[in-house]
Design a protein around this ligand. Sequence first.
Ligand code: GCO
Length: 255
Amino acid sequence: MPAGLFELTGQTALVTGSSRGLGRAMAEGLADAGAAIVLNGTDPDRLAAAAGGMRGRGFIAHEACFDVTDEAAVAAAFARLDGDGIAVDILVNNAGIQWRQPMVDLATADWRRVMETNLTSAFVVGREAARRMIPRGRGKIVNVGSLMSELARATIAPYTVAKGGIKMLTRAMAAEWAQHGIQANAIGPGYMLTDMNQALVDDPAFDAWVKGRTPSRRWGRPEELIGASVFLASAASDYVNGQIIYVDGGMLAVL
Ligand code: GCO
């Protein structure tokens, strides 16, 4: 195997929504593979704590506190990184929220908020990153999808539609940016043990359904996304584009 195929030393990765949950786990995994990390979140204290933890493990961790749904804040954050001489080689569009409510009761404002956070932000942050990756002739973009990139579940329509959009945005990015040496792909996590899902984990019926419906008979752990993240962030995926890799214990593979 060529040396350094999965090595990220010398690379910098911006992971949106990385002060906790899946984003934090992927950030730690990319750092373990050698990348310097730009952590992102909207809570400065939580972001500082996450960065401190990573620095305590000997990793390079920068803090970029901005709201991915605020286009001006995204542009300003990239301008600050430019000014600090920090080039984003790897972008992980992870930031996302969940909103569980039947559509007939759903306020349009809540629909819009989920779409803005889970889908539009990936376009806006991706566009800023690509504007800088294209002149360099290289870059890695990893969008975070979901089981809902393929299948719907009742009461989470905006999340489902947004995650379906993430799959097609990934292909759109590949269509336009692959020629510039950028590989844009996605990861589709299954039911993972995160704060966002705690209410589901604590629901005995839902917990039993996940364990019964998943061939691996268990919830996934955030750190189980690290392998796919490092693969899609590294030279190992230089000829992979527009794909989505499901890390779901086999749930999408079976009825
Ligand atoms: C839900 C969950 C799911 C998972 C994940 C599955 O309410 O069904 O929040 O959406 O979080 O997205 O891939």
